[in-house]
Design a protein around this ligand. Structure first.
Ligand code: NAD
Ligand code: GLY
Length: 377
């Protein structure tokens, strides 16, 4: 017998066209319901892609749930951390899925954080030219951002997320109880992406976060509420601009700086995880905006203060082992996917909740800013 469905998970619908609409369900206990919900999609087998840490915690539970619902299920386990989002990690996952005889009508189930979601999603996008997949995100970052919207991919030694595909999941099951086992550090990293949604376009939500962030961390009702608010915001952007021809780029607020920092720290999760890079990037984006006269220094300070209160880094000097000089940072940014004809595009802000896409930013202006930031320590 598969587990009964939980009472009332929060639901966010992603109304994409072409039969690609899907639901994001948010609530405690959804991992144990994965089988019944996957069976409802009509699959007969599932290849569960996860990492060692998550496999230990939730691998048996999801596998039993899938098998109880009548699906043949097998696990493919990668090492935890960003380094698995690599050519070698991708090959291992594809071969693992093929060895499990996962066919087009079957499912790839991504159980884990954004690393697993991006990697498994890319394998699903390309295996047999496209297999359906379900996201079961187990980090705050993955629940509020990476599991939604269909961006999948891996890193190249030349840059972050440079090899990938758009491939939407058929279902997202955000079991917020899984966050109870997440480390404080990873909670904080995910929280940077939560705050990001307020900073992009919802000043009221940023204010709500300033009041309620502790409830998100401790697992109060604020956690599910925050995940739902973020998913609703992201779903709206994705439906309006699925392929990032415009508005979707706003979701990269803080990421041009953040991705460069990840690259310069060698994607070494021991030094810097994605959300920490984003936190520094958010603070830099606001300070840069203030320097350009777009927003007040007071607002930039409010952003950095809140991130710091939640335990996040906000300064380049906080990157363990350093991040190189301004030219190294600029070179790393030059691989950003928003680069057009060599000119940098940034997401800047006219205030909290008033972010916008700023193309053609002068490199000299960025260099001077970075030099000052590096000097400020
Ligand atoms: P992650 O996947 O590396 O997970 C962080 C760590 O938490 C890992 O060590 C993992 O083993 C552990 N973990 C996961 N769930 C756990 C749980 N419930 N309990 C205990 N430990 C757990 O990192 P992440 O922060 O989730 O994701 C970062 C990645 O997401 C980056 O590669 C980034 O580029 C990508 N990303 C993608 C998108 C997108 O739209 N596709 C958006 C944002 C970020
Ligand atoms: N995280 C950025 C995006 O999904 O577009």
């Amino acid at each position: 017998m598969s587990a009964p469905m939980s009472d009332a998970p929060l639901a966010v619908h992603v109304p994409l066209d072409g039969g690609r609409a899907y639901d994001i369900l948010i609530g405690r206990g959804l991992v144990a319901e994965a089988g019944a919900r996957a069976a409802a999609l009509g699959a007969r087998a599932a290849g569960i892609v996860t990492d060692e840490t998550v496999a230990e915690l939730y691998g048996a539970r999801i596998r039993e749930s899938l098998e109880a619902a009548g699906l043949r299920a097998g696990l493919i386990v990668v090492a935890p951390g960003e380094a698995s989002k690599s050519y070698a990690g991708y090959a291992a996952v594809c071969d693992g899925l093929l060895a499990l005889k996962i066919e087009r009508g079957d499912l790839v189930v991504a159980l884990g954080g954004g690393v697993v979601g991006d990697l498994a999603g890319f394998a699903a996008a390309t295996l047999r030219r496209g297999v359906r997949f379900v996201q079961v995100p187990t980090t705050l970052l993955a629940q509020v951002d990476s599991s939604v919207g269909g961006k999948t991919g891996i890193n190249s030694p030349l840059g972050k997320n440079l090899v990938g595909a758009f491939h939407q999941p058929r279902l997202v099951l955000a079991d917020t109880a899984t966050l109870d086992t997440l480390s404080e550090r990873e909670m904080r990293a995910g929280y940077a992406e939560v705050a990001k949604y307020g900073l992009i376009g919802d000043a009221d939500f940023f204010g709500w976060c300033e009041t309620n962030w502790r409830g998100i961390f401790s697992g109060g009702p604020e956690r599910d509420e925050a995940v739902a608010i973020c998913c609703r915001a992201k779903a709206g952007v994705v439906v309006r601009d699925e392929r990032e021809d415009g508005e979707r780029a706003l979701l990269n607020l803080g990421h041009t700086f953040g991705h460069a920092l990840e690259r310069l720290t060698g994607y070494d999760s021991a030094r810097l995880v994605h959300g920490e890079g984003v936190a520094i990037g958010l603070a830099l984006a606001f300070r840069f905006s203030a320097r350009l006269g777009l927003c007040s220094g007071q607002e930039a300070g409010r952003v950095a203060n809140h991130l710091a209160l939640a335990g996040l880094p906000t300064r380049l000097a906080q990157v363990p082992g350093g991040c190189g000089d301004a030219d190294a940072l600029l070179d790393a940014m030059a691989q950003d996917k928003k680069v057009r004809d060599g000119a940098l595009t940034f997401i800047l802000a006219r205030g909290i909740g008033r972010s916008f896409i700023a193309p053609g930013i002068d490199r000299a202006e960025v260099r001077a800013f970075l030099e000052d930031e590096l000097r400020a320590g």
